[in-house]
Design a protein around this ligand. Structure first.
Ligand code: GLU
Length: 313
């Protein structure tokens, strides 16, 4: 069950703390080639940042090195360049930010907000019921003293309160983490930092004010906002764009490798992404990607994105 959304209520709202500057980002995981779904997310976040005269950063989300495909980060960057994307400053790599993640976990530990957990995935699945994004952790290790097991994960205590997000596309999203998600892992038993913590620390370090990304991450957002609250970080403005699905309704993903975009023919896919995002046809035909972006950026409006989409015919 996804978090509850109410698009009628405060659709296209501005978020709780309206920033005066704009820093956006695109953060692909290097697990394969760039597919159409990721291209759509890149187009939306790039166009939104540039149309606000904002900064646009590129981050290599390689925190989970067990999933990293060698050469994929370089491949994704080359593809982005071929599509005319240009990012500001150097690319940041999650794998180089372990100290920052450890500091954030220490900060949470000092406030007694975390506890060690020795449950295996199978044990959690057997003991918990299904929630917003996987099984709700039933609190098995809440009172465990942490002695005697080497490989433990670290969980963050959630609280019985509504987390509210004013998403620019999905409207008001709310979730009670304790009831719908449960205490969640911020450091995995294999030693890798969990995505939820890494992304919050990264967005804070990079000064991200606007997160424009795929709706598959909407159900993670309440956990990220909760972490921001616990770490005293500001909340970015969120916009979750509809997932690109094929005509059978299946989500396009890097894993099926069925729809990698072709860097040798960027224009067709750019136009398709543009149309998918509900944007109007560009005033003139374009011969290259620079012309595309020159016309696209001033024409962009995030308000035109509809919530549920499948690929244009
Ligand atoms: N690395 C994530 C992905 O490729 C995106 C993270 C984010 O945008 O917060 O799905």
């Amino acid at each position: 069950m996804p978090p509850t959304t109410d698009p009628q209520n405060s659709r296209h709202g501005t978020g709780h703390n309206v920033p005066t500057r704009y820093v956006g980002r695109f953060a692909p995981s290097p697990t394969g080639q760039l597919h159409f779904g990721s291209l759509v997310a890149a187009v939306a976040s790039f166009a939104d940042a540039r149309s606000h005269n904002g900064v646009w950063l590129l981050r290599n989300d390689d925190v989970d090195q067990s999933r990293t495909v060698v050469g994929s980060a370089q491949d994704i960057m080359a593809t982005l360049r071929a599509f005319g994307f240009s990012w500001d400053g150097p690319v940041h790599h999650q794998s180089q930010r372990q100290n920052h993640y450890a500091d954030a976990i220490d900060k949470l530990r000092q406030r007694d907000l975390v506890y060690p957990c020795r449950c295996s995935r199978r044990q959690v699945e057997a003991a918990g019921r299904r929630g917003a994004d996987g099984i709700i952790y039933p609190g098995t290790c809440l009172n465990w003293n942490g002695i005697g097991t080497e490989r433990v994960s670290v969980r963050l205590r959630t609280s019985d309160q509504q987390i509210r997000i004013n998403d620019q596309i999905c409207g008001c999203v709310h979730q009670n983490l304790a009831r719908e998600c449960g205490d969640f892992v911020i450091q995995r038993a294999d030693g890798f930092t969990a995505y939820q913590l890494a992304v919050v620390v990264d967005d804070f370090i990079d000064g991200i004010t606007h997160v424009v990304r795929g709706a598959d991450l909407l159900s993670s957002t309440p956990r990220q906002v909760f972490l921001q609250q616990q770490l005293n970080y500001p909340n970015p403005v969120y916009a979750h764009i509809p997932l690109a699905r094929d005509h059978d309704g299946n989500k396009l993903s890097k894993y099926d490798d069925a729809h990698p975009v072709n860097p040798a023919q960027p224009l067709g896919a750019l136009h398709m992404a543009w149309e998918f995002l509900g944007q109007p046809p560009l005033p003139n035909p374009c011969d290259n990607v620079d012309q595309f972006w020159m016309m696209a950026i001033p024409a962009w409006s995030i308000k035109r994105i509809e919530q549920f989409k499948s690929l244009p015919d």
